[in-house]
Design a protein around this ligand. Sequence first.
Ligand code: PSU
Ligand code: MN
Length: 312
Amino acid sequence: MSTYLAVSEEVADALSEGRGVVALESTLLAHGLPPGHNHEVGLRLERVVREAGAVPATIAVLDGKARVGLTGEQLARVCAAESGLVKLSRRDLGPAYVAKRDGATTVAATAALAHQAGIGFFATGGLGGVHLAEPTGAASWDVSADLDVLAFTPVTVVCSGVKSILDVEATVEVLETRSVPVLGYRTDSFPGFYRRETAFSVPWRVESPSEVAEVVAAHREVPGSAGVLVVNPVPEAYEVDRELHDRLLAEGMAMLRERGIRGKAITPALLSHFHSGSGGASLTANVELVADNTRVAAASAVALSRSQASLR
Ligand code: PSU
Ligand code: MN
């Protein structure tokens, strides 16, 4: 194993026993949620995994090492406002190790590290995707590394689709090009993070964690296969009102242009605009959708570990 990878004892034991383990990312805590709120969310997500009978593995880079499974103190450090963790995609890991930095891992980096540690399931809020074109109509070339990592990494990511700040149609097309299966969890529509539905459909639908587990096992037998994307819409009670959503999105896009915000700063800036402009409704939606995705990922991981145990 890599000298830069530190897997907690609890996670290592669970993996060697073939138990269900679910990776959780740290960018959504450090950059997606306001400080003061993120720590309790991080703790809650770990609880949700345990309640489903699996073991949580929150992932972050601390003191130049990739930590898979955090202590209480490490999780608090990830969530503290004054820590100022950098946002690390997969390409940033090597430089961050050498610089002995602390950093929060995105979906791309978390999925890569989860796989390195031997973890097959991962829950988050929204996947990164293809950003909208420039106002001039030129392509932005801002395509999240999350998509490429799924194309090469055999990890199942449960999320609520992609944020409406992206070009959803282009994102869905790239997932098809990269041969990433997309499973709608009790839905026929590709979800839009704050909204349960977008104008785009999913190619396959599953109804239960055991069905997810069965498809993941079958997909592993497909030559060249890698990641699986499970899309689970935000629970109905927490969906953000359409008019409010559309207004915040339009304002948010204008704010990005005015302030010249680009690249990896876009997602955190837009999320925080939504959180402040919705009087907390988008924050509640974000937290509840991540919690529900975590529940589905944990139940699926447990279902897969049980079916593998029955084969042994
Ligand atoms: N899900 C959330 N909040 C977030 C993210 C996901 O509920 O902040 C993060 C993930 O870490 C994802 C990142 O990888 O947003 C996408 O960033 P970008 O658009 O710069 O690729
Ligand atoms: Mn980007």
